[in-house]
Ligand binder design. Sequence first.
Ligand code: PBG
Length: 340
Amino acid sequence: MAGRWALEATELREGNAGLVARPRRLRRLANLRRLVRETRLTADNLIYPLFVVHDGREEEIPSMPGVHRWPVELLVAEVEQVAALDIPAVILFGLPAAKDAEGSEAYAEDGAVQRAIRTFKAAVPELVVMTDVCLCEYTDHGHCGIVRDGQVLNDETLDVLGQIAVSHAAAGADVVAPSAMMDGQVGAIRAALDEAGFPQVAILAYAAKYASAFYGPFRDAAGSAPAFGDRCAYQMDPPNAREALREVAVDIQEGADMVMVKPALPYLDVIRQVRDAFDYPLAAYNVSGEYSMVKAAAQRGWIDERAVALEMLTAIRRAGADMILTYFAKDAARWLQEEG
Ligand code: PBG
């Protein structure tokens, strides 16, 4: 590579006008730019996250303007809109009627997520329904697993994660997405799904999920901030990238169909490295904090929301993500339609 560029540099001055390489030639016209564009962002790439509650009215999440908690009954109209925008998938997060130490509503047949899927699936049969498989929204301590003596227990949590995944599959989920960051969670869920007669249900593994401060607004939305300590003993340490490749490799060995890097923007390098190392479909989660920062700055008139959001999503695609979980999905799909 270096040699090629060096050679071109010596030729740069040989043209009549003094410059051979004029990259601006291909930037002159909008349609020329379209022709040479290397990265595409379309609705095909988007997954819309939705928060589900049992009942009441829809409530906007204060730290996430434009994002709501949807009661089961009102979710039907919302997912119909998502499908009408040609967004291929949603991912559901549930809020329980009551939280307890074991997070037992996470796998209840009549939990908010399970009820929601049963209620809207027939209305939007083509929409891919993904579910987040974790305990933190359901436990009173807010941790992603079973806690004993102040420790989040790994292997004891695996059975519960399997039960949650099976309950989502039984309700009609197409893809389950384990996000608890317990070792062995993908294998445990694959085995539980197969045993329960759901071999067709796919797994999107939150493989490289970092212990990130960018989840702040989500924890407001789900009331899932840990009551003590933090998640650093199970989520990944932000300075590590090679470790992300090991996490992804393990999840693929355990049966993940697709893998994820999360968050997205502060980890574009990790997305690129995973893309280069593995031939598996790769998702990136443009998380709540990434969304809310744009919203807050836009509300103050400091940035152009639409341009910034589309640039961010395009950057995540350019880094190598096939699909993006983003709270901008509906707006982005609309904006992209307008741009034709
Ligand atoms: C865990 C989960 C979290 C997010 C997705 N799944 C929160 C966490 O790990 O604390 C964060 C998503 C976001 O910030 O948008 N169930």
